[in-house]
Design a protein around this ligand. Structure first.
Ligand code: OAD
Length: 252
């Protein structure tokens, strides 16, 4: 592994000694499953314009275009599997005393890897929401038929994701803030830390006394504020941290 051994050792020691652990993930954790990130090379926002596809205004102007893009993303997501990084976090969730897994991702790869009670800050590609009655439903049909999909009340449904300019859903945001405030350790994995309010969570955790550990092959907006920054891929670094946590036995 290319990252510094001492950073991994420090991260493993903090994780092993913590009773309350929070994790914030972003698109990078799913990169090794084959899903594109948003901002890096090959990222979605390099080829697509978010203001044409991921805003309430774009949907109002051309719902079919927006739905075609989300239907395409659903078809890509339907083919991928969780990777070793998702599995390591599921393992950590089973071992930790109190554990909160907070994700910005709209895939469900954490759940597919066995994580439970995942806090979804930006919604899910597999949720459809009625534009009139607000009812939400889970739907895994690929491709969607009809497109745009229709609620049982007769109105058009929209993707159950958070678009630019929209607030985050209240309950997940409150759960994420509470977890960040309580955490003794927060792992920040595969996010550029450019999108708020998610990007504020590690700062909340740090200000509340947590050790903040970043796992990312690149430097990010968060790097300077983290107590440890492990340069590497989630699918390599997280299993290595877990191997050390389990090998060295329980901490305090
Ligand atoms: P970004 O695309 O902004 O950042 C992805 C991060 O993952 C970068 O910092 C990469 O260096 C890192 N990365 C790449 N490969 C990795 C790997 N194998 N292991 C670990 N890290 C890796 O994605 P997010 O930060 O998730 O919002 O973006 C935040 C939000 O912006 C998304 O949730 C989405 C987007 O607009 C909505 O859809 C509302």
């Amino acid at each position: 592994m290319e990252c510094e051994d001492k950073d991994i050792a420090k991260a493993a020691e903090w994780v092993r000694g913590a009773r309350r652990i929070a994790v914030l993930t972003g698109a990078g954790i799913s990169a090794e499953s084959g899903l594109p990130t948003f901002r890096g090379p090959g990222g979605l926002w390099r080829s697509f314009r978010p203001e044409e596809l991921a805003t309430p205004q774009a949907f109002a102007a051309d719902p079919r275009l927006v739905w075609e893009w989300y239907d395409w993303r659903r078809s890509v997501h339907a083919k991928v599997e969780p990777n070793a990084g998702h599995r390591a976090l599921a393992d950590l969730g089973r071992r930790a005393g109190e554990f909160s897994l907070i994700t910005q991702n709209v895939d469900s790869l954490h759940e597919a890897a066995g994580s439970r009670a995942v806090v979804h800050l930006h919604g899910s590609l597999w949720t459809l929401r009625c534009t009139r009655c607000g009812k939400e439903e889970m739907n895994r049909q690929v491709p969607l038929e009809p497109l745009p999909p229709v609620c049982e009340c007769g109105a058009m449904q929209r993707p159950g994701v958070v678009w630019f300019g929209e607030p985050l859903p209240d309950k997940p945001l409150a759960q994420a803030l509470a977890a960040a405030q309580k955490a003794e350790v927060m792992l920040v994995v595969g996010t550029s830390s450019m999108v708020y309010p998610a990007a504020a969570l590690p700062k909340v955790a740090r200000d509340s006394g947590a050790k903040v550990i970043e796992v990312n092959p690149e430097e990010t907006e968060m790097t300077l504020a983290a107590h440890a920054s492990v340069r590497g891929k989630a699918g390599e670094v997280l299993p290595e941290i877990m191997a050390r946590v389990t090998r060295d036995g329980p901490g305090k």
